[in-house]
Design a protein around this ligand. Structure first.
Ligand SMILES: N[C@@H](CCC(=O)N[C@@H](CS)C(=O)NCC(=O)O)C(=O)O
Length: 227
């Protein structure tokens, strides 16, 4: 079944990583894939251009069906392989609502993290301002408090993002959360999230899809150390 799937991906990309975690959780390990170097702009290759008008990764194909948005690909996999591997979307509407809520909130955390961690990469030198970076940091700290509070509130220690079970909320959000220790964010800024990270980092689906650069260079940059 996985043989007619093709994933174009770059290592360390949260959108790619979440699709890879979903594929692992749904026991679709035999999928075909092509690892592209973001630094060498390999994601702009003809194959990706032909399938994805935004020329981005992930680019994902199942048979003749193309699903490029990472959230869409994850939900699609759950829908097609509902009874295979881990159930990632609960049936109960209230539980489902919380999973969707946390899933789609993830982009807030991702964007605010990028606005600080990759400020120097995304903002041209002549447009950079200390005051803008300071504001971005404040926004990120506020966002982190929110997520830390969610974990505190849901069920206390040992809880996943949407309750006692691992769900699609964890699949989509873990790759973003993993950036905080990776980029040396002080633990005290989000202690519950860091406990959550420790609890999940060795989960087989996550370990199997761990960014290759992070394995080669386990220390990483420290762009979040002054948060
Ligand atoms: N909406 C997309 C975003 C994908 C995305 O931003 N991919 C980045 C890598 S993390 C990319 O391909 N960037 C290249 C570009 O935009 O030129 C998704 O979640 O699937």
């Amino acid at each position: 079944m996985a043989q007619n799937m093709m994933l174009y991906w770059c290592s360390g990309s949260p959108p790619c990583w979440r699709v890879m975690i979903a594929l692992e959780e749904k026991l679709l390990q035999g999928y075909k894939h092509k690892h592209l170097s973001f630094d060498k702009k390999e994601h702009q290759c003809a194959e990706v251009k032909a399938l994805n008008p935004r020329v981005q990764v992930p680019t994902f194909k199942h048979g003749d069906l193309i699903v490029n948005e990472s959230f869409a690909a994850c939900l699609y996999l759950e829908s097609v392989f509902k009874s295979q591997g881990t159930r990632l979307i609960p049936d109960d509407p209230a539980e489902q609502a919380l999973v969707y809520q946390r899933m789609f909130e993830t982009n807030n955390l991702q964007q605010k993290m990028y606005d600080v961690a990759f400020y120097g990469y995304y903002v041209p030198e002549e447009e950079r301002h200390e005051s803008a970076l300071k504001r971005n940091k404040e926004n990120l700290v506020t966002e982190l408090k929110l997520w830390d509070g969610y974990l505190e509130k849901v069920m206390g220690k040992g809880s996943y993002l949407a309750g006692k079970n691992f769900t699609m909320a964890d699949v989509v959000c873990f790759p973003v959360i993993a950036y905080f220790p990776r980029l040396h964010c002080p633990k005290e800024k989000c202690p519950r999230l860091m406990e959550y990270y420790e609890m999940l980092k060795d989960r087989p689906s996550i370990k199997a899809s761990w960014p290759l650069e992070w394995l080669e260079d386990p220390v990483g940059q420290d762009t979040l150390k002054d948060l």
